[in-house]
Design a protein around this ligand. Sequence first.
Ligand code: AMP
Ligand code: ZN
Ligand code: FE
Ligand code: FE
Length: 281
Amino acid sequence: MRLVKLDFHVHSNVSDGHFSPEGVLELALRHRLRLLAITDHDAIEGFDRAESRLAERRAAGDDVGELAMLAGVEFSTSLAGDEVHILGYFPRGVPAVVRSFLVEAEHARTGRIREAVETLTRLGYPVKYEEVKRQSPGRTIGRSHLARAMVESGIAMTTADAFRRFLATERGIVPASKSKAEDVVRLIVEHEGLAVLAHPYVEKSDAQVRALVPHGLGGLELYGKKRRGVDQLYLEALAAAHGLVGSAGTDWHGKGKVADFEGLSIGKDKIGPFLEKLGLS
Ligand code: AMP
Ligand code: ZN
Ligand code: FE
Ligand code: FE
């Protein structure tokens, strides 16, 4: 069976990853990936920067193998009171309407974190917005940066501890995204994009897929580091029942600044329909 090396879900420090977009690109080149999508939270700058670096490297005659980049964004949304991440892929580039949507989303993120900082301070855990901002060299700010600031100031032991005690959605300290998943899916498909439900949570996946397919959901993220066994089979059946293609991605963030990125090797039989739908095969 023919394997393709790729990754359609990776974060850079434009959002909450630890590596710059150019750094992620170098790792993808080192591991000879065929296809790469940098999918930052509510931001496209990571793709823009890595893609122009790839073009420069290619123009300079460097060995960049067969690597091609796909434009992608991981949109933060809400659906029936749950936090849902929607991956949007734009094989023909990111239209201006989507870019303006992202500028708004970026402002909304700043607002969410400012509110959370105020709430935490009122609860007796003083954090300053500037300290959170210092954890974020890129465009978008989020809970990961707040978690890192809370570790630095001694409020939490680890970022996982910060999420468990304060930042998990159900704690209600960080306001949920005001973007509705249905609207985001429609925005993507109306602009020649493919909308994919990221890291589906098995227990909620059936209801979420039923809610989003009528709006144009086209795929489910089926293949990654964590999805295995029965869960994987269940999600494959769910995708098949609704005519959804399966995507593949690691959701790599470069945890602890470790350069352990290597993408995924996946059979053409599994990823073929996704590639075809995007005109990439
Ligand atoms: P935000 O974009 O501000 O809603 O934050 C969402 C991001 O926070 C996720 O994509 C992960 O990168 C990170 N995250 C969510 N839950 C946890 C957790 N329990 N531990 C560490 N990081 C988390
Ligand atoms: Zn993240
Ligand atoms: Fe996510
Ligand atoms: Fe992600």
